[in-house]
Design a protein around this ligand. Structure first.
Ligand code: CTP
Length: 403
């Protein structure tokens, strides 16, 4: 199961806007994910950003207006257009959007757009009044009608000093949208996969909470891999600081009780549940008012939370649900023994077990070392790998079950 950006030829069109400098970051992100990114800058874009910046981060040529009639001859645009798997125009000025909507091909960027037959994404950037203008709105509508995708513009501070809707989407969001748009026909197309991620937070009083060290990175990597494989993904996530994949349904929760409610509400529609969240096993009996320091050191009284996987197991049996369930086991001793026991007690199809006492394994970091324990007792041990690779391993298993 591979990242849909890997090996893809992406054309990045950059038009005249102060946001052009952000396009360098977009080019860099796409390149780091394995895409081959060629850039085309308009004359106005070159006033804001140097083509060498793009060449440096992509290792590919950044084309400027002179190249339309340059050493590669007068067919540069045809070559670029034919090889492109995806055309992203970021930032797109009001002028460039108007030309694209009306088939005007008077510079290398717009003539290449006409020569391209691949999916296109436009990230507008302009003053709010210009984006709001009836001419721009009707041009956007024409392009949307034609199947062109849009990212933004977003509300915020504009170059004019005003605040309004006109800022270019952030590079990470445009990147996530391109990745999503390229993932449409993966092996899990049509499957509904729900993932839980992060560490739940349990209130002590209106100010304080107890939580755990889970960052949510592994769960988000699984949600990304599932979306890359074409699945319809629902991510139920506890408070986090992560950049989330595009094109998935996100349900924010805080506590184990909220996660339990969200999971139970959505499982009837799912094909697969992956419980990678670190759910609190105990919660304090909450104080309705803030505990005051002057009253001495408080004693916390804990009560048990719902075991979500156990509840899912019971629901599955009661309603005869056709649902595959994958759990996680973070253990600090007797890893496989505990994991195998959880497969049985929680009625799982598979558990992903990791020994969190080992360096670079489990919480917070970008790597993990796992064993997969299957319902039939099979155990597969894997070396230390990136969390995205662990996500791929899990998705490969799901694809096998689905084939
Ligand atoms: N889990 C759950 N509900 C809980 C606690 C955990 O659904 N209240 C899920 C986790 O998301 C994970 C699996 O159960 O997929 C195993 O979690 P883990 O914390 O390792 O096991 P516990 O059942 O909580 O048992 P223990 O903490 O005693 O190891």
């Amino acid at each position: 199961m591979s990242n849909p950006l890997a090996g893809k030829e992406i054309l990045l069109g950059v038009s005249g806007s102060i946001a052009a400098y952000k396009a360098v970051e977009l080019a860099s992100r796409l390149t780091k994910q394995g895409a081959i990114v060629s850039t085309i800058l308009t004359d106005s874009a070159v006033k804001f950003v140097n083509p060498i910046s793009f060449q440096s981060v992509t290792g590919q040529k950044a084309y400027i207006e002179a190249d339309l009639w340059g050493s590669e001859g007068h067919v540069t645009h045809i070559g670029l257009g034919h090889k492109a798997d995806f055309f992203a125009i970021a930032p797109a000025s009001a002028n460039t959007i108007a030309k694209l909507a009306n088939g005007i091909a008077d510079n290398l960027l717009t003539v290449t757009a006409i020569a391209c037959h691949c999916p296109m994404l436009i990230a507008p950037a302009m003053d709010a009044g210009m984006f709001d203008h009836v001419a721009t709105q009707s041009n956007v509508a024409i392009l949307k009608e034609r199947g062109v995708h849009f990212s933004g513009p977003m509300p915020g501070h504009l170059a004019s000093g005003l605040v309004g809707v006109g800022r270019m989407s952030e590079p990470q969001d445009i990147h996530a949208r391109i990745r999503y748009l390229l993932s449409k026909s993966g092996p899990l197309t049509g499957k509904k996969i729900m993932v839980t991620a992060g560490g739940t937070q349990e209130a002590i009083d209106p100010v304080r909470r107890i939580t755990n060290r889970s960052s949510g990175k592994q769960g988000v990597a699984i949600a990304q891999a599932a979306a890359d494989a074409g699945a319809e993904v629902t991510l139920i996530i506890a408070p986090h600081y992560l950049c989330l994949p595009d094109g998935i349904k996100i349900i924010d929760v805080v506590s184990a009780a909220e996660m339990h409610t969200a999971v139970m509400q959505h499982i009837p529609a799912q094909d697969v549940l992956i419980m990678s969240a670190a759910v609190a096993d105990f919660r304090p009996i909450e104080n309705e008012t803030k505990i005051k320091k002057g009253k001495g050191i408080p004693q916390l009284v804990l009560e048990q939370t719902e075991d979500i996987l156990l509840a899912v197991h019971q629901q599955k049996q009661k309603d005869n649900l056709d649902l595959k369930v994958i759990g996680f086991a973070a253990e600090s001793d007797h890893l496989l023994e505990h994991a195998s026991q959880k497969v049985q007690s929680k009625g799982l199809d598979m558990i992903v077990a990791n020994d969190i006492s080992k360096p670079n394994v489990g919480f917070s970091g970008d790597t993990n070392q796992v064993s997969l324990v299957l319902a039939d007792g099979t155990i597969e041990n894997y070396p230390l790998m990136q969390k995205s690779e662990v996500a791929d391993l899990i998705l490969q298993k799901i694809a096998l079950w689905s084939s």
